[in-house]
Unconditional design. Structure first.
Length: 198
């Protein structure tokens, strides 16, 4: 029986809500600024300038901004922004003439990101509740779309990439870091919500 999309989303929301409450508890994925600096190559000084409320619940798998920083005045969309580490770093690059739209589906992450925007000195980060498969962003609004460890959790990846193409301006860029599986996953495993979230 195929995985129920809403059930999967609920399980993902539970895990990431717990991450906001207790970022050092220990998860099946790495978290925090030390991991981001030591394993993923984020600049330590840039992370030190962000509040702990942003960096402690970081749970990315790479550094999408290492592929190129956004330019001043650009609009960036962050799919599955979480607590916002990539969003706030992007916001520093685009400056007050730019804009960052941070999209997430987890209430706890949305609340954390909204609380952190003024603390981070980048009030031009706007958090929106939404799904990767149905971005709450108008057509052609983005110069750059970023995502970090999120698209692998979407059941309909084709829908995610259709949305990316829809929201990007002509000549816009996509920079993602994600998990890639190089071999076929057995159907039983693909249908097990626990494997998606464990």
């Amino acid at each position: 029986m195929p995985v129920d999309a809403e059930r999967l989303r609920e399980e993902i929301r539970k895990v990431y809500s717990e991450l906001v409450r207790d970022p050092k508890r220990g998860y099946h994925f790495h978290t925090g600024p030390e991991y981001a600096v030591e394993r993923l190559g984020y600049p330590a000084q840039a992370l030190a300038e962000l509040p702990d409320s942003v960096t402690a619940p970081f749970a990315g798998v790479g550094n999408p901004l290492a592929m190129g920083a956004p330019r001043p005045g650009e609009t960036v969309v962050d799919i599955g922004a979480g607590s916002g580490m990539d969003s706030f770093l992007a916001a520093r690059s685009v400056g007050p003439t730019g804009r960052v739209i941070a999209v997430d589906m987890t209430d706890a992450m949305l609340e954390r990101g909204r609380e952190s925007a003024p603390l981070s000195g980048t009030p031009w980060v706007e958090y929106r509740n939404g799904l990767a498969e149905a971005l709450p962003v108008s057509d052609g609004a983005a110069d750059l779309v970023i995502s970090n460890g999120v698209i692998n959790l979407a059941l309909d990846k084709d829908a995610v990439f259709r949305e990316v193409l829809r929201v990007l301006r002509p000549g816009g860029r996509l920079q993602i870091a994600d998990i890639v599986v190089h071999r076929d996953i057995p159907p039983a495993a693909r249908e097990d919500v626990a494997i998606w979230t464990a």
